[in-house]
Design a protein around this ligand. Structure first.
Ligand SMILES: Nc1nc2c(ncn2[C@@H]2O[C@H](COP(=O)(O)OP(=O)(O)O)[C@@H](O)[C@H]2O)c(=O)[nH]1
Ligand SMILES: Nc1ncnc2c1ncn2[C@@H]1O[C@H](COP(=O)(O)OP(=O)(O)O)[C@@H](O)[C@H]1O
Length: 204
């Protein structure tokens, strides 16, 4: 039987650069992870495409997905629902491929309960003032929403102790290198206890 893939979860406060880092990782030709596209009730930002950035849903559609148990996890974040489609994740892991989720902390907690051996990575900014600077310069939110996201950020940073690794996003390239290195190390750690290697020793 094929080994199952690794479930990689990336979280971090709004504006830290999760989307930027994730896009950079997926633009690298040798990236072997599969990105799980989330469902959301948030309105698309300029340039966002349905089925690429998110599956954009109405609240009614989203609540039906919840009732039908179609989500691995979901959470309400600053007034909108966000959730991970369960079938895609399970099927892809069963095919032996690594799945990458970019989700907020309440959802990550639910994933941890269902997949305790997932790999949980938390992205942090160099400072809170730099975080604010990044949200403001991104220019996609109104001042009210920026303030709500900044107060959510402080609570989110509190949660970083629940993660396996904390990665600073000082430079995008550095953050990507650190995440890739963590995934490689995690694969090596798991290989160490794979039955076929243990058998190899017994056969000596
Ligand atoms: N729980 C959960 N959070 C998600 C999901 N998809 C995205 N998020 C998170 O929801 C938050 C808001 O996302 P978004 O509105 O796209 O803003 P941005 O990530 O700050 O650019 C971020 O922390 C995302 O990582 C999901 O499927 N589940
Ligand atoms: N390492 C970095 N240094 C400087 N700016 C960054 C860095 N990473 C991301 N940014 C910028 O910060 C803003 C927020 O990034 P984004 O990826 O949208 O964050 P998130 O998905 O965590 O909300 C964007 O304008 C992005 O270009």
């Amino acid at each position: 039987m094929k080994e199952k893939g690794l479930l990689i979860v990336l979280s971090g406060p709004s504006g830290v650069g999760k989307g930027t880092v994730r896009k950079e990782i997926f633009s690298q030709p040798d990236t072997a992870f599969e990105y799980s596209i989330s469902m959301t009730t948030r309105k698309p930002r300029q340039g966002e495409v349905d089925g690429v950035d998110y599956f954009f849903k109405s609240r009614e559609e989203f609540e039906t997905l919840i009732e039908q148990d179609k989500l691995l996890e979901y959470a309400e974040f600053v007034g909108n629902y966000y959730g991970t489609p369960v079938d895609y994740v399970k099927q892809t892991l069963n095919e032996g491929k690594d799945v990458f989720l970019e989700i907020e902390v309440q959802g990550a907690k639910q994933v941890r309960e269902k997949f305790p051996d997932g790999l949980f990575i938390f992205l942090v900014p160099p400072s809170l003032s730099e975080l604010k600077n990044r949200i403001v310069t991104r220019g996609t939110e109104t001042e009210d929403i920026i303030n709500n996201r900044l107060s959510a950020a402080k609570e989110e940073i509190e949660m970083m102790k629940l993660y396996d690794y904390v990665v600073e996003n000082d430079q995008v390239e550095n953050a990507c290198d650190r995440i890739n290195a963590i995934v490689v190390a995690e694969h090596c750690r798991r290989t160490r206890v794979e039955p076929r290697y243990l058998k190899m020793l017994e056969a000596e």
